[in-house]
Design a protein around this ligand. Sequence first.
Ligand code: ITT
Ligand code: NA
Length: 220
Amino acid sequence: MLRYVTTNPGKVREAERYLPDGSVERLDFDYPEIQAAELGPIAAQGAREAYRHAGEPVLVDDAGMFVEGLDGFPGPYSSYVEETLGIERVHDIAADLADRRAAFRCVLGYCDGDGFAASPDPVDRGDRDAAAAAGPDGEGGRDGEDGGVERGDVETLPVKLFEGYVPGRIVAPRGEGGFGYDPIFEHDGETFAEMDTDRKNAVSHRGRALEKFAEWYADR
Ligand code: ITT
Ligand code: NA
């Protein structure tokens, strides 16, 4: 079973359309997120933390909205800005800009511990073997601090990344669907909140990333 590790059920609703029925289940876990200027390293480290917690294959999803006229803000800080300012004030700020173009980006990070024992890294050989032996198939993979993967080894777990991007522009809020910034993000004349899930998936950052992931996952 693949776990989509996220606190955000909206992400999983979209992801389910790309994966065989019953092959993915949401795991509601708020893994520790590093602060970085790029989504890639955040997703990679998040996937490692999520795998360490879950002890089975995980997919994490780090996304953000990047406003051109604000040099990409809020970008990797999108979650914090949604919680603090709220999307209406993000729209108000963007409304004063000459350039209201924006983009959503999504980076998916997949980690299943595979290739861990074999990966050439500076981790002490003995520790690594012990961690690998107790890995996802061993006992205690879900026991957090006492789980199969030792704290010091988390940094070296291999992660596969998949990216997606969609251009659009900031508009006054419209629509009831989707989540997050969807009401203020317009693509092709419609906001993401005015689209149903299939229509959003067909053009969205997450849809593009999931498409790449699903193809790779099917013949890995
Ligand atoms: P998890 O980290 O638990 O997965 P989250 O909602 O905090 O959930 P992110 O860290 O990726 O997710 O935060 C991304 C921010 O961008 C957050 O405010 C989301 O609401 C927003 N966001 C992500 N994908 C979006 C989408 O497809 N449409 C609109 N807003 C989106
Ligand atoms: Na997050």
